[in-house]
Design a protein around this ligand. Sequence first.
Ligand SMILES: CC(C)(COP(=O)(O)OP(=O)(O)OC[C@H]1O[C@@H](n2cnc3c(N)ncnc32)[C@H](O)[C@@H]1OP(=O)(O)O)[C@@H](O)C(=O)NCCC(=O)NCCS
Length: 216
Amino acid sequence: MNAAASDPVDILAVRGNAIEEFLGDAARLRLAVFREWPYLYVGDEASEGKYLETYRQHGESLFVVARAGGEVVGISTGMPLRGETGEVQEPFVAAGIDPARVFYFGESVLLPGWRGRGIGVRFFEERERHARGLAGVENAAFCAVDRPAGHRARPPGYVALDAFWAKRGFVKTALRTEFTWKEIGEDTASAKSLTFWMKALDGGAQSCQKVDASVA
Ligand SMILES: CC(C)(COP(=O)(O)OP(=O)(O)OC[C@H]1O[C@@H](n2cnc3c(N)ncnc32)[C@H](O)[C@@H]1OP(=O)(O)O)[C@@H](O)C(=O)NCCC(=O)NCCS
């Protein structure tokens, strides 16, 4: 990595098949950033490739790419919920929310040296702009891992991103799912609980209220 903190950062919005160019960067950034608390993710290139391929195949997916000094330092992803796996769609279906109305934010992975300068806000703005342009989409949603307050690996002084997400207009819902991955210190992969956050985009108040009514 040769990019310097003083290099200006470009933000690119890359859609559908064009994200192919950035799949390797997305895998590299996910493996590096999600190894940190709170995900503690121990992944490999093969499973990353399989996961990220779903984005390339979906014509309405989006990568927001942050580039500095010609190098990719952060990526944020999204795709229509109806293109996602069952473990992502099912909590919405069970709550009576049509997946066709929801745009799902996959992840934001930004290298530590580029944090705190507004790139994370741009990741949300660009994905929301894209979602608002899709027919039938009324809400944006993402999920975040649930970790107990006393977890052995929680770094002292770690500040959860809840305030950052709330400021972007997202509400923590009662919708939950489980994803399975191997984390640092585990011999084999285990299921982890994740909670969905949701935001009504233009005209989407009805679906979101339905979920807000059962906010934990
Ligand atoms: C989430 C992430 C992309 C945010 O990126 P960022 O560029 O540092 O965020 P910004 O500079 O745009 O910050 C915007 C605001 O959030 C606040 N903020 C940023 N990180 C924060 C944190 N860890 N805790 C609390 N607030 C935070 C900033 O202070 C700023 O507040 P302001 O709007 O009042 O000025 C980045 O921290 C990251 O990659 N984290 C690790 C991976 C992760 O957990 N991703 C989310 C789940 S997929």
